[in-house]
Structure formats: C-alpha cells, structure tokens
Design a binder for this molecule. Sequence first.
Ligand code: HEM
Length: 156
Amino acid sequence: MFDDANIARALHVLGVVLWIGGVGFVTTILLPAVGRMKNPRERVSFFESIEGRFARQARGTTLLVGVTGFYLAHQFDLWDQFTQLESWWLPAMVFVWAVFSFMLFIAEPLFLHRWFETRAATKPEATFRLIQRMHWILLLISLVTVMGAVAGSHGG
Ligand code: HEM
C-alpha cells in the first residue's frame, strides 16, 4: 500500500485539492463577496491584499504537485502517452501547472500585481471584471483537467 508511487500519488492529489479548492473558493465565494462589499475603487487592492496569503500557499502546493507529478510520470514511464489523444489529460495537467506556475512565480511578483493596481486607478470596474473572468477561466480548465485525470488514470 505504501510504496513510493502510492505516496507520491497521495501527495499529488493532496496538493491538487488544496490548490484547486482554493482557486474555487476565491472564484465562487471571495470575489463575488468583495464585489458586493467594496466600492469599485477599493475592490482590486482589497482583493489583492487578501489573495496574497493564498498565493503564498498556492506556490507551495504548485511545487508539490509538479514534483510528485513528474515523479509519477517517470515511475509509470508515461512519456509516450503524452502525445496520444486519449491521454489528453496528461498534457492538460502540465498545461494547467505551467499556466499557474507562470502566474505565481513570474507574472505576479514581476509585473501583474503592479499592472492591476495601475489599471484599477483609472478603470476599477473593468479591472475587477477582468480579474473575475481570469479566475473563472483558470478554475474551469482546472476542473475539466481534474475530471479527465481521475477518469483517465483509472481506465476511463
Ligand atoms: C507538472 C504537472 C503534472 C504532472 C507531470 C502530472 C502527472 C500525473 C501523473 C503521472 C499521474 C498518475 C497517472 C496514472 O496513475 O496513470 C497524475 C494523476 C493525477 N493528477 Fe497530475 N500531474 C501534474 C499536474 C496536475 C494538475 C495541475 C492537476 C489538477 C488540475 C492534476 C491532477 C491529477 C489528478 C486528479 C490525478 C489522478 C489521481 C488519481 O485519481 O489517482 N495533476 N498526474
């Protein structure tokens, strides 16, 4: 039961639950609440100050999911399957991971945070809507990938 691959798989799913669950909470609960509570000028900076803590946690879970994911692919020798259409969920996982990694480790700290703040000063409503739309897109592709990965890795 407790061989290396099973432990890696358990940690992989644990990371996915914390990370994508957090994205689900931010998208479906936190953002709509901030939209109702705050006036348009305050929304973006208030949201960014709260999401900062989640972003730190998401950096950790993204690393855990990436390390365990590549370890699993290596252990099960799945590299050939990455190019097969019926295993679309394998490249989809790497795609979701790469998009989040880029946002969390490169775009956010280097320019995205500052860009949102500057844009929010002149277009507060449009900037908040853009943040909401981006979260919905990321959440939906993540959920489709989770469904595909569970069904696909269990013979679906
Ligand atoms: C570097 C990125 C990733 C790699 C290399 C990777 C690789 C893998 C591998 C090799 C498996 C086991 C497949 C099998 O048992 O045949 C797996 C399972 C899984 N992965 Fe990933 N993964 C990555 C990122 C992600 C992401 C971002 C998500 C969520 C959106 C995710 C969700 C899952 C799920 C739900 C399973 C199924 C676990 C189960 O039901 O047994 N993975 N992954």
